[in-house]
Design a protein around this ligand. Structure first.
Ligand SMILES: [Zn+2]
Length: 218
């Protein structure tokens, strides 16, 4: 079973990926984690990645493709959840080709969906603990005492990248690149849209209703 999970920034994708991976015993593929790992162990790819990142450049596609292929080979017997990858059509094509070489394919492409205006409202109401990093939402998940972390009692702060112009820019990138995956995966007959409004438990339940019966939990 190979599942792609995608959705706009602020939709709660990371949380759902974590829940899904644990519940269905999936190996999680995250490009960010993989790049950090390679750099940390200073592999030959890792050293190349590091030199791009140091110069503030994007990691080129050929390195990305190589990393993905290595990961697929290593985990060919496992069920995989692709978390936030692919991000664009090029990456989707190369992922499909790589999988085909192993006689595999994407079984589900799940898009977590809520309206842009709803995302902006959510992110603008997000608060972070400056000490332990716990995230709150004034609307849906407020701290017990206003402005103070439940866990460690430190002050809660807003982050610059939760300001509206920054959010709009990130949504524009998503809508112009990643959202094209919708049509791509519809044609492959694996696309499902998940209503990502409500609590994380409600969203998770909606995803499980789709996947239950397809995945053996053992
Ligand atoms: Zn805290």
């Amino acid at each position: 079973m190979r599942i792609v999970l995608f959705g706009p920034p602020g939709v709660g994708k990371g949380t759902q990926a974590e829940l899904l991976a644990n519940h269905f015993h999936l190996v999680k593929f995250s490009m960010g984690d993989l790049l950090r790992q390679e750099v940390a162990v200073s592999s030959s790819i890792g050293r190349r990645v590091e030199s791009y990142l140091k110069q503030g450049n994007l990691v080129p596609d050929d390195i990305i493709v190589e990393l993905v292929y290595n990961f697929l080979l290593e985990n060919r017997e496992r069920d995989i959840l692709f978390d936030g990858f692919p991000r664009n059509l090029n990456q989707a094509h190369s992922l499909e080709q790589n999988l085909a070489q192993l006689g595999q394919k994407i079984d589900f492409a799940l898009e977590l969906y809520i309206a842009d205006e709803e995302i902006i409202k959510r992110l603008q109401n997000r608060l972070y603990c400056s000490s332990c990093g716990r995230i709150y939402n004034c609307l849906t998940d407020p701290p017990k005492k206003k402005g103070i972390c439940d866990v460690c009692g430190q002050e809660l702060i807003k982050r610059d990248d939760d300001e509206e112009p920054v959010i709009r820019r990130r949504l524009d990138v998503y809508n112009s690149q990643t959202r094209l995956l919708t049509e791509y995966y519809k044609e492959l007959n694996v696309y499902k849209r998940i209503d990502a409004s409500g609590s994380k438990e409600q969203i998770f339940k909606r995803i499980c209703e789709i996947l239950d019966g397809y995945i053996d939990k053992e």
